[in-house]
Design a protein around this ligand. Structure first.
Ligand code: ADP
Length: 484
């Protein structure tokens, strides 16, 4: 088994592992203790142009393979990822901070996406439609869009790569990947494993470094026909504006403000377990993670007591230590945002039931740790109900009416995911239909699986990832009118 130190800390362009032209690098730091994990080249405009050229050159041959041939590479990639799951997970924990148990789950999920799209490649099909004249035949075929640029975030450094890349490659696109600067090593390791499948040169390329410059180079190059981005709403909006000039296709997974609503007839224990599982996964840094919990007033005391009891017992620590449940926040900017939102809530009357502060004593001194927190007495005038927290903080709001609460949680510019608990079948359907979100989970919180369409509406984005829907994002429809 490879160890993470054996991973190439370089860019992969046209089948070669290369440094930046300037020789400059970007340092990758472990958020748990501030230690250097490694570094990657500080690439920019020129390196991006080379990667796009390589992908463009590789496109005819790659898209000309049979779907089964392309799928075979992806299934092999999944095997390689599984074979190296321990070392990949350790690397992921070192650069991202999450507990090793979660990193292992993520690596497994990353392999699942690659395997799934390896199978799905074979199922891209067209359609024959009736002609409008006796001698007309109509066909609709699907063709890969061309070179796709994939820009990924730091919170899920492995699954965000395979979820995009496996769909793109299965569809017949060639790709340029730009991972987040905080977590480029997991991406480099995944590319190295892809290289080991014997993938033809230039089909997949990796550039690291200056995000703004790389992004601009991708936007400016007419050979890039598609950008698939996961990250902040702010950068997503910039990409929409900037891609207008060449009318590039876009898929965007942006910020969220997911509510969890616990109705009066809910199973409180089940709701608490789900709330803790989702809210504190990845230290609360999940775009479809619960932002605020809305609890019916009749259940409030019971819910809060059980929630606080569970949250107090969460073990904060270094991700690589057994038993750790909460790792560090990704960086100082993340901590500042969390702290600001908690302070604003407290100033406006919220009560801290547990946590509510940065942890910086003893073993936590060198890292960016925040205590798992529960806030009660939270109201809609507090910023924490309107903005994405992206940290281990569970604000609880009490409510009384079904219609009123659905209206309130819909009153946000975001629309990614929503969760609610009820035992009433009527409510399960009417509320699920009434929530203005791209994904709704009833009596549970798990959403990201290979076969389902993950994605949001409103300012949470456009397009979907996962399933056959995710593949459509990398395919153009072509209408053929054949006249006999
Ligand atoms: P976050 O707040 O999660 O860090 P960002 O939107 O800043 O979200 O980052 C998500 C991804 O987008 C990262 O890979 C980042 O490097 C990249 N990115 C940041 N700025 C730009 C930009 N101007 N153009 C293209 N990509 C960018």
């Amino acid at each position: 088994m490879q160890t993470w130190t054996a991973i190439h800390q370089r860019m992969w362009i046209g089948g070669q592992w290369v440094d930046s032209e300037s020789g400059e690098t970007v340092t990758v730091v472990n958020p748990a203790n501030g230690e250097v994990v490694g570094d990657v080249p500080k690439g920019g405009r020129n390196e991006t142009a080379q990667a796009v050229d390589a992908a463009h050159r590789a496109f005819p041959a790659w898209s000309g393979l049979t779907a089964a041939e392309r799928g075979a590479y992806l299934k092999k990639w999944a095997e390689e990822i599984r074979r190296n799951r321990e070392s990949l997970a350790r690397l992921l924990t070192m650069e991202q901070g999450k507990p090793l148990s979660e990193a292992l789950e993520e690596v497994d999920a990353a392999a699942d996406f690659s395997e799934w799209y390896g199978e799905e490649a074979k199922r891209v099909a067209g359609e024959a439609l009736p002609g409008s004249k006796r001698d007309q035949r109509i066909l609709v075929i699907r063709q890969p869009v061309g070179v796709a640029a994939l820009i990924t975030p730091w919170n899920y450094p492995a699954t965000m790569v395979t979820r995009k890349m496996a769909a793109a490659l299965a569809a017949g696109c060639t790709v340029v990947l730009k991972p987040a600067s905080q977590t480029p090593l997991t991406a480099a390791a995944l590319m190295q494993l892809l290289d080991q499948t014997g993938l033809p040169s230039g089909v997949a390329n990796l550039v690291t470094g200056n995000a703004g410059e790389i992004g601009q180079a991708l936007l400016d190059d007419p050979k890039v026909r598609k950008i698939s981005f996961t990250g902040s709403t702010e950068v997503g909006k910039h990409l929409i504006e900037a891609s207008a000039r060449q009318v590039k296709r876009l898929s965007l997974e942006l910020g969220g403000n997911a509510p969890l609503i616990v109705f009066a007839d809910a199973d409180v224990d089940r709701a608490v377990t789900a709330a803790v599982g989702n809210k504190f996964e990845n230290c609360g840094q999940m775009c479809n993670g619960i932002n605020v919990i809305y609890v019916h007033e009749r259940l409030l005391d019971d819910f809060l007591q059980k929630l606080v009891d569970r949250v107090k017992r969460l073990k904060v620590g270094f991700g690589w230590e057994p038993g750790t449940e909460i790792g560090p926040v990704i960086d100082e900017a993340g901590i500042r945002k969390i702290d600001d939102l908690v302070r604003d809530a407290v100033e406006k009357g919220a009560k801290i039931l547990t946590g509510g502060e940065r942890l910086s004593e003893g073993p936590f001194a060198g890292g960016t740790f925040y205590a798992p927190t529960v806030l009660s007495g939270v109201t809609f005038d507090m910023r924490i109900t309107q903005e994405e927290i992206f940290g281990p903080v569970a604000p609880v709001v009490s409510f009384s009416g079904e219609e009123e609460i659905v209206k309130r949680v819909n009153d946000t510019p975001y629309g990614l995911a929503a969760y609610f608990f009820t035992k009433d079948i009527r409510r399960a359907f009417t509320v699920a239909e009434g929530l203005e979100f791209g994904m709704v989970a009833v009596n549970g919180t798990s959403l990201s699986v290979p076969q389902a369409p993950f994605g949001g509406i409103k300012e949470s984005g456009q397009g979907r990832e996962g399933g056959r829907y995710g593949m459509e994002e990398f395919l153009n429809l072509k209408y053929l009118s054949i006249n006999l």
